[in-house]
Design a protein around this ligand. Structure first.
Ligand code: HEM
Length: 373
């Protein structure tokens, strides 16, 4: 029988399993889970491997060039370049199926490249999608994911974005495979893919972002500072247009991934299952005892019982503040409610500041697992 971690029971089982595992073995376990997902996919699906890209803009000029140099040299081109040259897809004509192919390519690459961090690039893809979108200012009417301005300095060099080159580099080959997709669309779609492939909720996603120039770079300081508390969090997220419930739902993404001393200066994962999307962030925040970590680094909290998990001061503020805590309690109790609210608010985040064409349809992508069933 196949174990699907997409079901609630599966999520709880996987969460329980990983909950009981000691600090040192977490990375290996997560790698195994991701590899299991890969095996499940490979043994059941014929869809994704076939989803080699069919692309656009190199198009006829490239084919003509190839023909001129001589038929033989055509064989020295990669399959990807040939497919790109033959494709007629553009951002204007791309269909749901075209975007599902991009989703599949990202999801497959997540499975193939399982040596990174806890076994997956998925958490850092979520962080890339969030940091490219979270620069939005409702009052200044600029920022957000539309222009993919993090491709340029100074935005790529803002302290909050340290380490995100790993995510941008990971997606470079996907961009080559699908040259018709804008970078803003690719980064946000990658965030959606990452959440869904880690057994998170289905996130509705729309295309329509258009790459801009470095003029679109936003001023430093629009993203939150983890060393601060509730006033700062509210100031930053209210600027984007979120309310308290939405803020708490969004930060639940800290169920996955980890902090890195060479990036933010903070250290460690928030949960025992950093590559499975769960409501464990809230459960642990509420139910574990947290104390300040005694170390040569910025102030952060560690769980008293295993000393293997962490909370940022900004995470801890969610239980210090009464209004925020109310939602932490709700989401800790009810994973389905968290998934529902997170899906809505993450879509809202990714759409901040984007001028979609009137009537543009949100897409729901199928996970690799679902396509294999
Ligand atoms: C008060 C708000 C927030 C603060 C202060 C904050 C801060 C941080 C910090 C310091 C890191 C560690 C970076 C590193 O060292 O690699 C991090 C990682 C992460 N954040 Fe947040 N964050 C916030 C909100 C969010 C939101 C809204 C999302 C998504 C919806 C998110 C998703 C993530 C993910 C997935 C990671 C893990 C990345 C990895 O594993 O490389 N965060 N965050």
């Amino acid at each position: 029988m196949k174990l699907s971690i997409n079901s609630l029971a599966g999520r709880q089982a996987s969460s329980l399993l990983t909950r009981s595992i000691a600090r040192s073995s977490v990375p290996a376990v997560r790698r195994n889970l991701f590899a299991q997902a890969a095996r499940r996919f490979n043994s059941t699906s014929s869809e994704a491997p076939k989803s080699k890209p069919i692309q656009s803009s190199i198009s006829l000029a490239a084919i003509a060039g190839v023909a001129l140099v001589g038929g033989a040299s055509y064989y020295f081109l990669s399959d990807e370049t040939k497919a790109a040259a033959l494709s007629k897809v553009t951002a204007e004509t791309a269909t749901y199926e075209d975007y599902q192919k991009v989703y599949n390519a990202i999801a497959q690459k997540l499975i193939d490249e399982d040596e990174y961090d806890d076994g997956s690039y998925a958490p850092i893809l979520i962080r890339l999608a969030w940091h490219s979108s979270g620069t939005y200012s409702a009052s200044a009417h600029n920022g957000g994911s539309n222009a993919a301005s993090m491709r340029f300095k100074p935005e790529s060099a803002h302290g909050a974005n340290a380490g995100l080159e790993h995510a941008r580099n990971f997606l470079e080959s996907i961009q080559k495979q699908f040259p018709w997709i804008s970078t803003g669309d690719l980064w946000t779609l990658a965030g959606v893919t990452a959440i869904q492939e880690m057994s998170g909720p289905t996130i509705e996603w729309r295309s329509g972002r258009v790459d801009g120039s470095e003029k679109a770079c936003t001023p430093d300081g629009r993203l939150p500072d983890a060393s601060q508390g509730q006033d700062h969090i509210r100031k930053i997220f209210y600027t984007m247009g979120f309310n308290d419930q939405e803020i708490v739902a969004l930060i639940g993404a800290h169920a996955v991934g980890r902090c890195h001393t060479d990036r933010s200066g903070f250290d460690g994962p928030w949960t025992f299952s950093p590559t499975v999307f769960t409501n464990d962030f809230y459960k642990l925040l509420l139910n574990e005892k947290w104390e300040e970590r005694n170390w040569d680094g910025p102030k952060q909290y560690e769980d008293v019982s295993t000393k293997s998990l962490m909370m940022l001061p900004s995470d801890y503020a969610l239980i210090q503040d009464k209004q925020f805590k109310k939602y932490v309690e709700k989401y800790a109790k009810d994973c389905d409610l968290f998934f529902k609210d997170f899906a809505t608010v993450f879509q809202k985040l990714l759409e901040l500041g984007v001028d979609f064409k009137p009537g543009s349809t949100p897409y729901k992508f199928k996970t690799l697992d679902a396509q294999g069933e």
